[in-house]
Design a protein around this ligand. Sequence first.
Ligand code: HXC
Length: 292
Amino acid sequence: MTPPAYVFPIVDSRSVFKPDIFKGKVLFCTGGGSGICRGMTEAMMRHGANAAIVGRKFDRLTQAARELSQATGQECLAAQADVRQPNALKDAVSKTIEKFGRIDYVICGAAGNFLAPISGLSENAFRTVLEIDTIGTYNTIKATIAHIRASKGSYIHVSATLHYNGTPYQAHVSAAKAAVDALSAVLAIEEGPHGVRSNVIAPGPIAGTEGADRLVPKGDVPAGPGYPSGRMGTIGDIENATVFLFSDAASYITGQVLPVDGGWSHLHTGFLPYPQAVIDPESVRHLIKPKL
Ligand code: HXC
């Protein structure tokens, strides 16, 4: 294959933003124990924030908190909670306030995902993803809004680009993420007068994440000649967008969805090899686990 004419550079936010812009601030991040949200948390901590990360798996969460602290020199609290449980989330918020005294930034990032056609998706499976992604976001907003009003803080919701078109086997996630985008817009409008901003980051396929590894057939993500970025996205790309959107440089940006996908969503209707997935479901059968 001919190498791309130009490959978008990979940038460290510290070469653009001052290292201490979030000093004295506190981040509350659901899904922060792994993947993209862990990276977003680390980026905020690298710029001086302390953080609470929320997740279901206690061991993974405590290990992540320890590693994040070691990597950044900031404090990180592991606050175990399932975002589907409003009371558990309220406890996580209370623990965060007890430890740090405030919350300035919230990342609503906890999400569930797997490939399944609507015809084979059980009611419980559909409901489960909506409960984690959409109701989990609502629960997180409810549990944190008083603190975010008090600090005149800001929300980032982690969505996706797959619902802009019909992505096969992603009905549950598409419905859930479309609702998250809508929730964020309403939050921005209602809470703007209280000094609160709310935006969405919509990552494209991000290399090396569990989500992408499970959903995207290896080697099938086009990143090369003819594609705008010349490479797949990295967690660092999402980290940079996070630092920007939470920073004062974004003080007039609210109610927006920022796709961070190297322009990919303008070219593709989904992450799967299209149109093969629809014409020939057998070509993606190996990705649909454990059921079809
Ligand atoms: C069909 C499935 C399934 C699968 C679960 N279910 N996995 N159905 N295919 N592969 C069904 C179950 O059978 C059950 O329905 C229902 O969903 C609930 O499943 P449980 O395992 O009981 O639920 P739970 O333990 O709460 O966990 C479910 C889950 C988890 C959170 C969805 O399986 C999961 O996917 N975790 C991955 C988290 C993750 O990777 N997050 C990052 C997402 S990335 P029945 O009818 O049997 O009771 C992202 C961005 C998208 O969202 C872009 C990426 C490229």
